[in-house]
Write a protein that binds this ligand. Structure first.
Ligand SMILES: *Cc1c(COP(=O)(O)O)cnc(C)c1O
Length: 385
C-alpha cells in the first residue's frame, strides 16, 4: 500500500533523540526552549510554547483567550474534529462556517454572511474564530482579520497542516492577522515529534498565560503569587492548568526535523505540481492555489466530477484502496457528525462542504515519495475513473 502520508526520520534525527536519552533531562531541559526559539525563527512570531499535541495547544489557545461557557467559537466545517473540540473543552458552543470550493478553506464570504445573519437575529457573535489552513494552504487571512475588527472576535489559526507555508510572502504562524497560531507535529504532518504541538503569538500576555496553563497553572514567581512565598521550595497554583508539556526527546526530534523544513516543502510543491500535470487530462479537479499563498502541501486533495455523484466517488475511492493506494478523505464535514448535532445547537447550511464531501479524495503525498510511486497512483486512479 502506498500510504497517504509518511514521516521521514534521518540518522541525525535518531542521534539527536539518543543524545537526550543519555543526558540528565528527559523533560524540562534545554531542548524544549531551543525548539521554541527555532519555531519563533521559522515563523517570525515573537513567542512560542510547545506542548504534547496540537489538540492541547488549541485548548491552551482557547483558555488564554478566555473562552468559557456561553461563548461561541466558530471554525471551518471541513476540518479535523480537534479544531472544534477545543471550544467544547472550555464549555463553549461551537458552530461551523462553509468553505470556498476552490481552496476548501473557510470562505470569508460565508463567514461574513453568517456574522451578519447572527447579528441581525440577535444571537451571540463568536468570541473566537478558528480558520484552518487546509492542506497547508493559508486561508485569506486579511479578509478574516478585517471581519474580526468589525465583529469583535479573536482569531486562532489552526495551522496544523501549514508549517513552512507562506501567505503574502510571509511565514504562516507570524500572527500578523491573528492572535495565536497552532501547529501539529503528529507523524502525518510536515514536521514530526511523534506527538506534539505548538502555539505562536506576538502577545506576551497570551504567551505567558499559555505557558502557565501548559504546566499545571503553577508559578514560582513571587510577583504573581497572591500571598507571601513560604520559602525557596514554594510554588503557588494561580490557575487551573494541565500537564501538556512536550518531552526533551520530542523537542530534540523536532529541532532536527526543522532543519529540513524548507527543502521538504519545496519537494512537496514539486510533487504536487507534477500531480497537477499528470492529472490534467483526467476528469478530476486538482487543488487550486490562491495567488497569495505558498502551500506547505500537507495534503493533495482532488475532487471527482460532479456527474459521477456520491456513488461514483465512493467507487473510485474503493478501487484506489483495492489497488494498493492509501487514499483518505480529509475531512467529514463537522456539521454531519452526530456528536455535534446532538450536543449543540448547530444552525445553518453548508452546501459547499456537503458537495466537497461527495467528491474529495486525498492522494498519497509525503517526503521522499518517488516519481514511480506517483505514477502508480495516477495509473490506478485513471483506471478507476
Ligand atoms: C492533526 C490536526 C489537529 C490535531 O493535531 P494533533 O497534534 O494530532 O493533536 C488539529 N487540527 C487539524 C486541522 C489537524 O489536521
Amino acid at each position: 500500500m502506498i500510504p497517504y502520508g509518511r514521516q521521514a526520520i534521518s540518522r541525525q534525527d535518531i542521534d539527536a533523540v539518543v543524545e537526550v536519552l543519555q543526558s540528565d533531562f528527559l523533560t524540562q531541559g534545554p531542548r524544549v526552549p531551543e525548539f521554541e526559539q527555532a519555531l519563533c525563527k521559522a515563523t517570525g512570531a515573537a513567542h512560542c510554547v510547545v506542548s504534547n499535541s496540537a489538540t492541547s495547544s488549541l485548548h491552551l489557545a482557547c483558555r488564554a483567550l478566555g473562552v468559557g461557557p456561553g461563548d461561541a467559537v466558530w471554525t471551518s466545517d471541513v476540518t479535523f474534529v480537534a479544531s472544534a473540540n477545543c471550544a467544547l473543552y472550555c464549555g463553549a458552543d461551537v458552530d461551523f462556517v462553509d468553505i470556498d470550493p476552490r481552496t476548501y478553506n473557510m470562505s470569508p464570504l460565508a463567514l461574513e454572511q453568517k456574522l451578519r445573519e447572527v447579528r441581525e437575529a440577535g444571537r451571540p457573535l463568536p468570541k473566537v474564530v478558528i480558520p484552518v489552513h487546509l492542506c497547508g494552504q493559508s486561508c485569506e487571512m486579511e479578509a478574516i482579520h478585517a471581519l474580526s475588527k468589525e465583529y469583535g472576535f479573536a482569531i486562532i489559526e489552526d495551522a496544523a497542516h501549514a508549517i513552512g507555508a507562506r501567505y503574502r510572502d510571509e511565514p504562516v504562524g507570524n500572527c500578523r492577522y491573528s492572535d495565536i497560531a497552532v501547529f501539529s507535529f503528529h507523524p502525518v504532518k510536515i514536521v514530526t515529534t511523534g506527538e506534539g504541538g505548538a502555539v505562536t503569538t506576538n502577545d506576551e500576555k497570551l504567551a505567558h498565560r499559555m505557558r502557565l496553563l501548559n504546566s499545571h497553572g503553577t508559578t514560582r514567581d513571587s510577583e504573581e503569587m497572591t500571598n507571601e512565598s513560604d520559602g525557596p521550595w514554594y510554588y503557588q497554583q494561580i490557575d487551573l492548568g494541565y500537564n501538556y508539556r512536550m518531552t526533551e526527546m520530542q523537542a530534540a526530534l523536532g529541532l532536527s526535523q526543522l532543519n529540513r523544513l524548507k527543502s521538504w516543502v519545496a519537494e512537496r510543491n514539486r510533487l504536487a505540481e507534477r500531480y497537477d500535470s499528470l492529472l490534467s487530462d483526467l476528469p478530476v479537479q486538482t487543488p487550486w492555489q490562491h495567488p497569495d499563498s505558498y502551500s506547505a502541501r500537507h495534503l493533495y486533495v482532488i475532487r471527482t466530477a460532479e456527474d459521477i455523484g456520491a456513488a461514483g466517488h465512493r467507487r473510485v475511492f474503493e478501487q484506489l484502496r483495492a489497488g494498493g493506494i492509501g487514499v483518505n478523505l480529509h475531512y467529514i464535514p463537522l456539521h454531519t457528525q452526530p456528536y455535534y448535532r446532538d450536543v449543540k445547537d448547530i444552525r445553518g447550511s453548508w452546501p459547499e462542504a456537503d458537495r466537497y464531501y461527495k467528491q474529495a479524495i486525498s492522494l498519497p503525498l509525503f517526503h521522499h515519495m518517488t516519481e514511480q510511486q506517483q505514477d502508480e497512483v495516477v495509473k490506478v486512479l485513471a483506471s478507476s475513473l
